[in-house]
Design a protein around this ligand. Structure first.
Ligand code: DX5
Ligand code: ZN
Length: 216
């Protein structure tokens, strides 16, 4: 099990100490939500944040959840910034573009992920499974932290695992807390994103410990 905290709801003016607290508690990957104000109605971080992060925490993985339909601008920018994994939304571009950018990530030796929003069927994974190293199934509609976990996602995790014969890690993102983390794990997810549960608590290390304990 891997826990990847989303820093979207961390304190922007205190990012370094919030990240450090999670690293000290044992976190080895962060989930960085990139929102463009177009594919989703919200704005978040840019490539500078990722290059500063990698300069400060070179051993820790930066996983980029790209919520944008401008891959030609942003995918190379995040690769250049040092992203370890870039996750592209199926809904954000044509299948031709998706193939092109997944190939680009593979050539650049950056891990590639495919993200499915709640209404996208898992069957689309079949077409892209050879080009990706991880699947991200959204458990909320993308755009904001602090939303409620959609129970319909549970059967999608199971279906995706069956379809892929368990060959790719399945990640879940949105509305994860002590209860839904266990639900997702029991359904077959092996990477868990948690944002507000970890960073809105005022006790980052304690929340990480609790999730680790639950998912042990
Ligand atoms: C939503 C983002 C999530 C979100 C998770 O669009 O992709 O990563 O920040 O936040 P919580 O855990 O608060 O739902
Ligand atoms: Zn995310």
């Amino acid at each position: 099990m891997l826990i990847a905290p989303s820093i979207l709801n961390a304190n922007n003016l205190d990012l370094k100490s919030d990240i450090q607290a999670a690293v000290t508690a044992g976190i080895r990957r962060f989930h960085i939500d990139i929102m463009d104000g177009h594919f989703v109605p919200n704005l978040s971080f840019g490539p500078q944040l990722v290059s500063d992060f990698k300069a400060q925490f070179p051993e820790i993985e930066a996983e980029i959840h790209l919520m944008s339909n401008q891959p030609e601008v942003l995918v190379p920018a995040f690769v250049k910034a040092g992203a370890d994994l870039v996750e592209l939304h199926y809904e954000a571009m044509t299948e031709e573009e998706l193939n092109k950018w997944l190939d680009y990530l593979n050539e650049q030796h950056v891990k590639a992920g495919l993200v499915l929003s709640p209404d996208t069927p898992v069957t689309v994974l079949t077409k892209f499974k050879a080009k990706i190293q991880q699947v991200l199934l959204m458990t909320v509609y993308p755009g904001f932290g602090g939303q409620k976990f959609l129970p319909t996602a549970v059967s999608k995790v199971k279906q995706a695992n069956e379809l892929l014969a368990g060959q790719l890690p399945i990640e879940v993102d949105g509305g994860i807390n002590a209860v839904t983390a266990k639900t997702a794990r029991d359904a077959g997810a092996s990477v868990i994103v948690a944002g507000s549960y970890i960073f809105k608590s005022g006790a980052i290390a304690g929340q990480v410990d609790e999730l680790m304990e639950i998912l042990r």
